[in-house]
Design a protein around this ligand. Sequence first.
Ligand code: 5GP
Ligand code: ZN
Length: 117
Amino acid sequence: MDNCIFCKIVAKQIPATVLYEDDELMAFNDINPVAPVHFLIIPKKHIASLSHVAAEDAMLLGKMMGLAPKLAEQAGCGLTEDADGSRHGGYKTQINTGPAGGQIVYHLHAHVIGGKK
Ligand code: 5GP
Ligand code: ZN
């Protein structure tokens, strides 16, 4: 998609700190982090927003969500559970949709935000 900043990152036309990439997905650090860990998971395919997701994209969305805990763990903010059942760590997973939802970049992305700040 022309003039889409995240499509340009997918095409390597503009740089990003890429944490993960496969045929369908990419994850890279947010350029303006709000916490020590702040990265974005995107489909390589241009989907403008969560409201533009079609039934055929269900698997893709599932893969995006499945990647979040793996990369959060690699980034040091995964959820851990002690033998006594106490929990530590964790992260926020956020998808902003539309003007009222605070969406600025119209290429579907899930924010993963963790660490203290
Ligand atoms: P939104 O409000 O659309 O959910 O969030 C868009 C996010 O994309 C923002 O957190 C912003 O910092 C990030 N962002 C915008 N442009 C770029 C860019 O060129 N590179 C990277 N890595 N992140 C970007
Ligand atoms: Zn795009």
